[in-house]
Ligand binder design. Structure first.
Ligand SMILES: Cc1cc2nc3c(=O)[nH]c(=O)nc-3n(C[C@H](O)[C@H](O)[C@H](O)COP(=O)(O)O)c2cc1C
Length: 324
């Protein structure tokens, strides 16, 4: 395979795209398409994969694609390639989210250090035994800031208010027309499907499963503790100063960087978006977080319960299906 003027061959670029598709996405919809050309990779949103009832304003779709964009940069850095990102490079194409130009030998150290985490990070929906130390919150917040986002850990009374908002969203969202049908489609895929949330990634029924703030999916098969102990994970809110498409994309990039760094530090993580998909609970999240900015995603981070085994890997579409 011949190297291009960037010094990185197309086969290697396709390999980086394959690693990027390990990124988290809402309901594992993987709402992205990629174009690989000599020395560059383009990221496009796939609007056919938007969850129209769950995600009416398309925030989750853009956050998911932002996460994949950061995964791509980490994947490139892991093979020693540097990258430069231009967001929304084509004013006439709103689905063309980014162009990443690639150069061999200019990898960012921060990104390269996270390479090993791309396959290790999984959404863990079980309750956690403990939250994360304040020092790690600061480190993760610093990382989020490099993407123009703020990460706030919510404690005490504000946390209780946040959990109530999450629970109310879990109770109220099923009344939105089309929501339950969408949930059913993405949690009960056909045999051999390479997208959606498999039951192996969702905890079994039990007292914890009923806590709406932990889990929005029907009970699955993942073993977890059955004692009714409250989740002790740290609840973080990721915000941005404004709320346009670039902010949402950048929030997704920041989310991925935070998830990967928390995984590297040995913690379990889970993105939570349900409370942000409804106007009323979204406003309450904003108040609870004491945020001046716009909440884009919640992230629960903590020490997994001692006897919890690993979360099984969720499927991904073949790279040939996501390349133009
Ligand atoms: C924007 C976004 C929103 C998400 N919202 C939730 C959520 O509300 N609840 C949840 O349990 N997981 C949520 N997830 C996690 C996805 O379900 C998960 O990434 C996907 O099923 C793939 O599994 P993995 O993260 O283990 O690779 C969200 C992920 C993203 C990127």
């Amino acid at each position: 395979m011949s190297a291009t003027s960037s010094g990185v061959d197309v086969h290697t670029l396709e390999g980086a795209v394959r690693r990027a598709t390990r990124a988290p996405s809402v309901h594992n919809t993987q709402p992205w398409r990629w174009r690989v050309a000599p020395g560059r990779i383009d990221l496009h949103a796939d609007p056919d994969r938007r969850l129209v009832a769950t995600d009416p304003d398309g925030r989750d779709l853009l956050v998911s694609c932002g996460a994949a964009l950061e995964y791509l940069r980490v994947a490139l850095a892991g093979v020693g390639a540097g990258s430069r990102t231009t967001r929304f490079p084509d004013a006439d194409d709103r689905y063309h989210l980014a162009t990443v130009t690639v150069r061999a030998g200019h990898a960012a150290l921060d990104d390269a250090n996270l390479y090993a985490q791309l396959d290790r990070r999984h959404s863990d929906r079980r309750p956690y035994d403990a939250g994360i130390p304040a020092q790690l919150v600061r480190t993760l917040a610093r990382r989020a800031r490099t993407f123009g986002a703020e990460l706030v850990a919510v404690d005490g009374r504000a946390r209780e208010a946040l959990v109530r908002a999450l629970d109310d969203a879990a109770t109220g969202q099923p009344y939105r027309p089309g929501y339950l049908a969408e949930l059913l489609v993405w949690t009960h895929r056909y045999a051999g499907a390479r997208d959606g949330v498999p039951c192996t990634a969702v905890p079994k029924a039990g007292p914890d499963h009923d806590a709406g703030h932990l889990n929005r999916f029907p009970a699955g098969t993942l073993a977890h503790r059955t004692a009714l102990e409250p989740d002790a994970g740290t609840l973080c809110v990721l915000t941005t100063a404004a709320d346009d498409r670039t902010d949402r994309l950048r929030a997704g990039e920041a989310a991925a960087a935070v998830l990967l760094a928390a995984t590297a530090a040995g913690y379990a993580t889970c993105p939570l978006s349900q409370a942000l998909e409804l106007e009323a609970t979204r406003a309450r999240v904003q108040v609870a977080a004491g945020a001046i900015g716009h909440p884009q995603l919640l992230i629960r981070i903590g020490r997994p319960a001692e006897y919890s085994g690993p979360v099984p890997e969720t499927p991904r579409r073949a790279v040939s299906n996501v390349l133009f």
